[in-house]
Design a protein around this ligand. Structure first.
Ligand SMILES: Nc1ncnc2c1ncn2[C@@H]1O[C@H](COP(=O)(O)OP(=O)(O)OP(=O)(O)O)[C@@H](O)[C@H]1O
Length: 516
C-alpha cells in the first residue's frame, strides 16, 4: 500500500462553529484546521461567512455553538487580546493605524507593556530584514502607500511572534510586485513552521501560494481541497455552485462626444502623500471606459474627490461634465448633470454604516427628481429602487432592510455600484470597482459597466488591479506622484510599460505617449 504523507499538526482548529445573526445563519457548523507550516486559503463568495469564521477564531465574535482547539486543546478566546496572547495574529482589510504618528509609535500602541522607542525601532528593523518587508520605523504613517501600511500591520503582528497568522484579503490593495513580495514573506513564515490562513478572492494566487483551501458557501463548509490540483474554473464552481463567466472582451465600437474633460487640472495638496495633482489632462468619451492605474497614494483619491466635487478646485473651467463647466459645482449639482460617483471607501464615504440600506439609497438619488418630490420622500418609490438594486445586483444579507454595517464587504460594494448604475448616469466615476468582491460578482460588475458604456455612458475607472484594467478598459493612463500619463489604447500598451509608468517613468507605452 502507498504511504499517505502525514498532515502537519493543527495549531488552530475550528470545530463545527455556528454563528447566527437573527434568523441568518452566517456559519453553520463550520470546521477548519490551520496547520503548522501550511498556508491555508479560505474561499467563498461574498457573504459566504469567511469574516465571521475568522472573527470567531480570533475572539472578536463568540460562537453560538462549536469549539476552538489550540494544539488539540479546547480554548475560548474572549477577545482579540486573549487570542493574541496565545499567538494568533490577524491583519484585517481595514488598517488600524494613526496617520499623524510614526510607524514605531503606531507599533508601540499595539504591543503590550512599554518599550523605549529606539529599542522597538531596532526590533522593527530586524523583523523587516528577516522577512523582506520594507518598512522604515521613523516615517509618518500618513505618508505611506497602502502597501507600506499593510507591511506596518504585518510587522506589528510579527513582533508578537504569532504561531498562526490570519491575512484577510491582503493582496486586494497591492500592486503585482508588492503581492509577489508578500508571497515570499508568507513562504518564509510557513518555512519557520508558522501557520497562515489566507483569505482571498484571487483564485490564481491561491493556486500558486496555498497548500490547502477550505471553501464555504452560504455559511456552510463545502470542501477542503489542494488548490494546486484545481483550476480557476473548478475552484469557482465549488464557491458558486455553478460556472463563473469571465468578463466579455472589449470589442471596437464608435465613441461619442466627451462626457468628462479634465483640462490642466491642478490641486495644491496639504503636503500629505498623494494629495497634490499636477496638470492633469484627459477626456472620457461616451461609449468608452478609461482606466487609471497606479499605486495607491499617488493622487487617485485627490483626483476622485476633485471630480466628484468633494474638494474644491480653484479653476472652475478645469472640469467639464457633459459640456458644462463643472469645477465650481457641488456633488449634487454634478449628479444633476448626469454624473455618478462610487468612492473607494464603501462604509463611511459611499454609505452611512448606521443607516438602513433603503435610506442609503437616498444619499445619491435625492436630487434625481423621482424619489424626492417637492421636498417629500416618496417611500414606495425609494423602497422600489432599493429592491431593484438588491435584485439586479444580487446583494445578499439577512433580514429585510438591515443597517449598512451589517452587510459583508463584497455585498456592500455591489450595493453602492448598483445604486449608481441604476440612476442611469451619462458619466460614472468609480474608484476600485471590485475591491473585496468575489470572482463572479467582479465579472458581473465589469460586464455591467461595459454594457453601460456601450449604451453611451462614459466610464472612468480608478483601479489598483492592473489585470482588471487590462481586461476591461478601452484606454489606460497611469497616475504617479500626482501626474497622469497620456491615456493610450489598452491594445497598444503592455503590462511592462504600465508597470514602469507606475514606478514613476511617465510613459504608459504606445506610440506618441508622453507625460501629460
Ligand atoms: N454583525 C452582523 N449582523 C448581521 N448580519 C451580519 C453581521 N456580520 C455579518 N453578517 C452577515 O453574515 C453573512 C456572512 O458575512 P461575512 O462578512 O462573514 O461574509 P464574507 O464571506 O466575509 O463576505 P465578503 O467576501 O463579502 O467579505 C452575510 O450575509 C452578512 O450580511
Amino acid at each position: 500500500m502507498e504511504d499517505v504523507p502525514e498532515r502537519p499538526r493543527a495549531l488552530l482548529e475550528a470545530v463545527k462553529l455556528t454563528k447566527k445573526f437573527g434568523s441568518l445563519v452566517a456559519n453553520d457548523q463550520v470546521s477548519l484546521a490551520i496547520r503548522a507550516g501550511e498556508t491555508h486559503a479560505l474561499l467563498g463568495e461574498n457573504g459566504a461567512g469567511k469574516s465571521t469564521l475568522v472573527k470567531m477564531m480570533c475572539g472578536l465574535l463568540q460562537a453560538d455553538s462549536g469549539e476552538l482547539l489550540y494544539e488539540g486543546t479546547p480554548i475560548v478566546f474572549h477577545d482579540p487580546a486573549s487570542s493574541r496572547a496565545k499567538g494568533v495574529g490577524v491583519v484585517f482589510q481595514h488598517f488600524a493605524l494613526f496617520d499623524a504618528m510614526t510607524v514605531v509609535e503606531n507599533v508601540a500602541l499595539g504591543l503590550p507593556g512599554h518599550q523605549p522607542l529606539p529599542v522597538l525601532a531596532a526590533r522593527i528593523d530586524d523583523c523587516v530584514r528577516r522577512y523582506g518587508l520594507g518598512v522604515e520605523p521613523y516615517r509618518r504613517v500618513g505618508e505611506l502607500s497602502v502597501g507600506e501600511r499593510q507591511r506596518v500591520e504585518i510587522v506589528r503582528c510579527l513582533l508578537g511572534d504569532p504561531r498562526v497568522l490570519i491575512l484577510d484579503e491582503p493582496t486586494s490593495v497591492l500592486t503585482p510586485d508588492e503581492s509577489e513580495n508578500l508571497f515570499r514573506t508568507v513562504d518564509l513564515l510557513t518555512d519557520e513552521g508558522r501557520a497562515v490562513l489566507f483569505i482571498s478572492h484571487k483564485l490564481d494566487e491561491v493556486r500558486r501560494l496555498c497548500h490547502r483551501a477550505t471553501v464555504l458557501r452560504g455559511g456552510r463548509f463545502i470542501a477542503e481541497v489542494d488548490p494546486q490540483q484545481e483550476t480557476f474554473g473548478s475552484l469557482a464552481r465549488l464557491m458558486v455552485g455553478a460556472d463563473v463567466p469571465r468578463t466579455p472582451r472589449v470589442t471596437a465600437h464608435a465613441l461619442g462626444a466627451p462626457r468628462l474633460l479634465a483640462l490642466h487640472l491642478n490641486v495644491a495638496g496639504d503636503g500629505s502623500r498623494g494629495s497634490t495633482l499636477r496638470d492633469i489632462n484627459f477626456e472620457v468619451h461616451a461609449g468608452e471606459i478609461l482606466g487609471i492605474a497606479g499605486v495607491a497614494g499617488n493622487g487617485q483619491t485627490a483626483l476622485f474627490d476633485v471630480l466628484s466635487g468633494e474638494t474644491e478646485v480653484t479653476d472652475h473651467e478645469s472640469i467639464v461634465i457633459d459640456g458644462e463647466m463643472a469645477g465650481g459645482l457641488s456633488p449634487t449639482q454634478r449628479r444633476a448633470l448626469g454624473a455618478g460617483f462610487v468612492p473607494e471607501e464603501r462604509l463611511g464615504h459611499a454609505a452611512a454604516p448606521d443607516m438602513r440600506l433603503s435610506d442609503n439609497v437616498l444619499l445619491t438619488t435625492h436630487g434625481d427628481g423621482h424619489i424626492v418630490k417637492a421636498g417629500i420622500i416618496r417611500r414606495a418609490t425609494l423602497f422600489g429602487r432599493f429592491q431593484e438594486i438588491v435584485k439586479g445586483f444580487d446583494v445578499r444579507f439577512g433580514g429585510k432592510d438591515p443597517k449598512a454595517r451589517r452587510l459583508s464587504g463584497g455585498n456592500m460594494q455591489k450595493f453602492v455600484i448598483g445604486r449608481e448604475v441604476l440612476r442611469n448616469p451619462v458619466l460614472i466615476v468609480v474608484d476600485q470597482p471590485t475591491w473585496g468582491v468575489d470572482a463572479a460578482a467582479a465579472a458581473f460588475i465589469r460586464t455591467t459597466l461595459r454594457e453601460h458604456a456601450a449604451q453611451g455612458c462614459a466610464v472612468l475607472v480608478i483601479s489598483q488591479d492592473l489585470d482588471e484594467l487590462l481586461e476591461f478598459a478601452d484606454r489606460i493612463a497611469v497616475m504617479s506622484e500626482g501626474r497622469l500619463t497620456t491615456p493610450v489604447p489598452v491594445a497598444g500598451t503592455s503590462r511592462e510599460a504600465i508597470g514602469l509608468a507606475m514606478g514613476g517613468a511617465h510613459h504608459a507605452g504606445g506610440e506618441g505617449s508622453h507625460a501629460a
